[in-house]
Write a protein that binds this ligand. Structure first.
Ligand SMILES: [Zn+2]
Length: 100
């Protein structure tokens, strides 16, 4: 499942997630764009527990999508700023990113 970015059909502002009113022009009509790829702008690991076993760490990254808006994605491996990632929604509708 791909992520939908919303673009105001009146002024071209892009948003994620969707809102009812465009914050720039007050428009209410949107076209949906697939956001399949992006570039990591910030990455962090959230430690689930203290210790030397890092296998349970949750990796989170801010990803600038091709369409413009930045989304926060979960990853199963560490990434660094500047890495290109692919984006998708998992079965729980969470945004997940994968390097490459
Ligand atoms: Zn607008």
């Amino acid at each position: 499942m791909s992520i939908k970015i919303f673009r105001c059909t009146h002024c071209g502002t892009t948003l994620f997630p969707a809102r009812y009113l465009c914050p720039s022009c007050g428009g209410t009509e949107w076209s949906a764009l697939d956001a399949e790829r992006g570039v990591v702008t910030a990455a962090t690991a959230v430690r689930r527990r203290v210790g030397t076993d890092n296998s349970d760490d949750i990796h989170l990254a801010s990803v600038a999508t091709e369409a413009g808006p930045i989304v926060v994605a979960r990853l199963d491996s560490p990434v660094e700023s500047g890495d290109a990632v692919s984006l998708a929604l998992d079965a729980q509708h969470r945004i997940v990113a994968r390097r490459g």
